[in-house]
Write a protein that binds this ligand. Structure first.
Ligand SMILES: Nc1nc2c(ncn2[C@@H]2O[C@H](COP(=O)(O)OP(=O)(O)OP(=O)(O)O)[C@@H](O)[C@H]2O)c(=O)[nH]1
Ligand SMILES: [Mg+2]
Length: 317
């Protein structure tokens, strides 16, 4: 087993490389947080709830020696709804296309059936190198971490393959994040950069904005409600009659939920909760766009949208 620590030697200078690494793992494993840490900026929303990511997000890491495109996917899980099935399809399609797969396993949770399920699927993809990434190492002591590393090594052996690397990281504490990039780069094919310098993601602006609103709306909601929330930006227009040095961008967005009974929770007493969601996401949107924003949020019911193909399509799935 080769477990990497910061002291490992770096490879000597070689040709420029560019390619795709896909992060997989069960929901809540820390894939999106790691993507953001590697990119150095928020390109994917995160939350302490499973199934936060709902589509593939590409985050781009620019280095002098390489361009590493990180493909952050939804967590793979047992689907219970049509949305769940779609999410799993997204993940599996992505596997076929990438140069290296990073399997994220949280250090603070023992390997479970969900991890084995994914590892088995990975075993079927023979050609692609697989890196085991032990996430959230800041949450455990060194003994627990060591046990987890051994268990992961064992898991690979049981399924008949060898991990290209096993790397412990903490995205939150920024420990070994750069090392992970150093280890992924040599697994990419040689070639020129695939995205323009400075691009950190290929997410469309409207999608990023809708995601920032969804992230704010997710905060503090429980049970089934997080899964019921979808956000769509309907319109973005520069406000007319503004002086050139004081522009304002009007953004109109809908927060969709599945049942009328969920409306009250999202909106809160006298609209207080929705207001907070608006304030929080507006700040982030302004930072993203670099311009002042007026954010107009409306809550709408899209009955059982997670199970309804027509509604799913309307909401972009
Ligand atoms: N302490 C600690 N928490 C982390 C770390 N990385 C992620 N988390 C937390 O774990 C939770 C889930 O992180 P995400 O990045 O959203 O997980 P994900 O794998 O993208 O989840 P899905 O999109 O739902 O599949 C969030 O509350 C993160 O803050 C870490 O390195 N240390
Ligand atoms: Mg995610």
């Amino acid at each position: 087993m080769s477990v990497r620590t910061q002291s490992s030697e770096q490879p000597a200078e070689s040709a420029h490389r560019a390619g795709f690494a896909c992060f997989v793992g069960r929901p809540n494993a820390g894939k999106s947080t790691l993507t953001n840490a590697l990119v150095g900026q928020k390109v994917a929303i995160t939350a302490n709830q499973p199934q936060t990511t709902r589509h593939t997000v590409r985050g781009i890491v620019h280095r002098p020696d390489a361009q590493l495109i990180l493909v952050d996917t939804p967590g793979l899980h047992k689907p219970r709804t049509l949305l769940g099935q779609r999410l799993n399809d997204i993940v599996r399609t992505t596997w076929a296309e990438v140069d290296v797969i990073g399997f994220c396993l949280p250090a603070n949770e023992k390997l479970g059936p969900g991890d084995r399920f994914i590892a088995k699927e990975l075993a079927g993809i023979k050609k692609t190198p697989k890196v085991a990434i032990v996430t959230k190492t800041d949450l455990v002591d060194s003994k627990t971490l060591a046990e987890q590393l051994i268990a992961i090594d064992q898991l690979g052996k049981e399924l008949g393959f060898e991990w290209a690397e096993i790397v412990p990281v903490s995205a939150v504490k920024d420990q070994q994040v750069d090392l992970l990039a150093d280890l992924l780069v040599p697994l990419l094919p040689e070639g020129p950069a695939l995205y323009p310098e400075g691009d950190l993601t290929d997410e469309p602006e409207q999608v990023m904005i809708a995601e920032l609103i969804r992230e704010a709306a997710l905060e503090g909601v429980r049970d089934e409600l997080p899964h019921s929330i979808a956000v769509v930006v309907e319109e973005m227009l520069p406000r007319e009659d503004r002086p050139a040095d004081r522009p304002l961008l009007d953004i109109h967005a809908f927060v969709y939920i599945e049942r009328p009974s969920q409306k009250g929770i999202i909106i809160g007493p006298k609209g207080a909760r929705l207001k907070q969601v608006g304030i929080k996401s507006r700040k982030q949107i302004e930072a993203l766009l670099g311009t002042p924003v007026f954010l107009d949020l409306h809550v709408k019911v899209a009955k059982d949208w997670q199970r309804d193909p027509r509604q799913l399509r309307k909401l972009g799935f």
